[in-house]
Ligand binder design. Sequence first.
Ligand code: ZN
Length: 159
Amino acid sequence: MNKIDSIIIHCSATKDGLDIGKKEITQMHLQRGFSTIGYNYVIRLDGTIEVGRSLTIDGAHCNSKGFSGVSYNKHSIGICYVGGLDAHGKAADTRTPAQKEALANLIKKLCSKYQIVEVLGHRDTSPDLDGDGIVEPNEWTKMCPCFDAKKEYSDLLVV
Ligand SMILES: [Zn+2]
């Protein structure tokens, strides 16, 4: 990527407590025809941060176009925490305390390294159908990452 100005948070959409990581997610993405894992970072249940796709190439985690009109895959860092579904397979914020801490620390670090202007959840990049400037829950095309990342992390922006 030439320019990095955003961070998009994802979940792996796996059930609470399923302890997978970069290796398993890479397998899933290879099966979907990607050249490697789509995310740049994976945060495991125990808070371990695994480095995924290199930031030197375009991402493969969010093809929506934001206000800039350019696909987020070309200018955003994709972070995926493992989880996002409860035991019944329903969307839920399953982040462990260790994952919450690791996410906040990683976002802080990335905001100090790059000129990050927005931290969003994947669902926040859904099309704004009624054009009011806000992507409301009824406009979400997916639940990912199953919590309000925009609200929780906007304070970490330094720009
Ligand atoms: Zn996602």
